[in-house]
Design a protein around this ligand. Structure first.
Ligand SMILES: NC(=O)c1ccc[n+]([C@@H]2O[C@H](COP(=O)([O-])OP(=O)(O)OC[C@H]3O[C@@H](n4cnc5c(N)ncnc54)[C@H](OP(=O)(O)O)[C@@H]3O)[C@@H](O)[C@H]2O)c1
Length: 345
């Protein structure tokens, strides 16, 4: 039997009402920074759950979860502790989860499982984690390929999306969204959806700014949620290639960080939020997640600093998705429709 952790506000925390929000097309307001919860293979479920609880104590209200992270049950214990303390209401929290690739055909059951694990009776946002229904085992090597892997098949994706829409009708989910999609895919989804995506989660950091997709989302009224906003410095070796660059070592970021007296990671997060994204940095280190939240409320970057960071894009995608490729001889670029059309089967 596990003992329920206790919850109390931290005296050095930030008043959550001072943290800016992103307004979704529905009018709902989502805190502009969320805590990422993907511990990958180096941060335990317990450590992530403890960070969720402690980050709420310092003022976080937005949490980016996913079934495939394997830790939703532990995180649910932290949510229960917050809610049972009576200090935070469910309405004050913003809880995101994502349906994993092996559950596109059973979205409603997968969502019910996440609700149960997270100890909440609705989600604020539920995302289709990847637009491919391809299973691969957690922690597998990048060369791993699923025997029944498939490309993006729009009709099939829309069957999944109908199930997502049904969740909204059932009251289990307030908003639905996409993740890891491209403009060509979004054009089809927006054409055919009854409920358009409220948000899209995408990789965004100073060395991977995705300006065309970012602008497309904003003009379509879809809120961009930026993942790996620090450049995922602790990602496992299998997710690294020799060409990858390091945002927090970029001289422009380092110099701006020195001028503001903060860690370069904080500058990446400030830039993301001031650009209009909602960054979701992962952190289990109290000093770091508190600094990231504080960065939303004080000492903004100047226009010149924002412009300098806009100039350091390296088009360096870190989460390439190799494990989702569906036939031999492909390269990861085939997942991302780089020539503006969906890569055919
Ligand atoms: N939709 C998707 O397909 C998708 C894909 C990838 C990620 N995500 C989401 O995005 C979240 C964040 O992405 P990520 O985990 O890849 O990478 P990230 O947030 O860019 O980087 C996390 C790393 O940065 C460090 N860090 C954070 N704030 C810091 C600070 N102020 N100073 C120094 N170091 C700092 C953390 O260390 P400490 O823990 O020591 O602070 C941690 O090792 C994930 O957890 C997940 O929720 C979604």
């Amino acid at each position: 039997m596990t003992t329920r952790p206790a919850f109390a506000f931290a005296p050095d925390g930030i008043d959550p009402s001072t943290v800016p929000a992103r307004t979704l097309a529905s009018g709902a307001r989502m805190p502009c920074i969320g805590l990422g919860t993907f511990g990958s293979d180096h941060v335990s479920h317990e450590a992530v759950a403890a960070a969720v609880l402690e980050s709420a104590a310092v003022g976080y209200r937005h949490f980016d979860c996913a079934a495939v992270y394997g830790n939703e049950r532990r995180i649910g214990e932290s949510f229960r502790a917050m809610l049972e303390s009576g200090l935070i209401t469910r309405e004050e929290l913003w809880v995101t989860s994502k349906v994993w690739n092996d559950s596109h055909g059973r979205v409603i059951e997968a969502c019910r499982q996440s609700l149960d694990d997270l100890s909440v009776d609705y989600l604020d946002l539920y995302l289709v984690h990847w637009p491919f229904p391809n299973f691969h085992p957690p922690k597998c090597d990048v060369t791993s390929r699923s025997a029944d892997a498939q490309p993006y098949i729009h009709e099939q994706f829309m069957r999944t999306w109908r199930r997502m829409e049904r969740l909204v009708e059932m009251g289990l989910v307030r908003h639905i969204g996409t993740s890891n999609v491209t403009i060509p895919k979004l054009e089809l989804i927006l054409r055919d959806a009854e409920i358009p995506p409220a948000c899209n989660e995408l990789e965004l950091h100073p060395h991977f700014q995705q300006p065309a997709l970012f602008d497309y989302l904003v003009s379509a009224g879809i809120v961009p949620i930026g993942y790996s906003p620090v450049g995922s410095p602790a990602r496992p070796e299998r997710d690294r290639t020799p060409e990858d660059t390091v945002d927090i070592e970029d001289p422009v970021i380092v110099e701006i960080a020195r001028a503001h007296g903060v860690h370069p990671a904080v500058i990446c997060i400030k830039w993301a939020a001031q650009r209009g994204a909602a960054p979701i940095p992962m952190s289990v280190t109290r000093r770091n997640f508190l600094a990231n939240l504080r960065a939303m409320t004080e000492d903004p970057l100047t226009d010149a600093e924002m412009a300098a960071i806009a100039g350091i894009d390296r088009n360096c995608r870190l989460i390439k998705g190799q494990v989702f490729l569906w036939k031999d001889g492909q390269s990861w670029e085939d997942l991302w429709d780089l020539d503006g059309v969906i890569t055919p089967a």
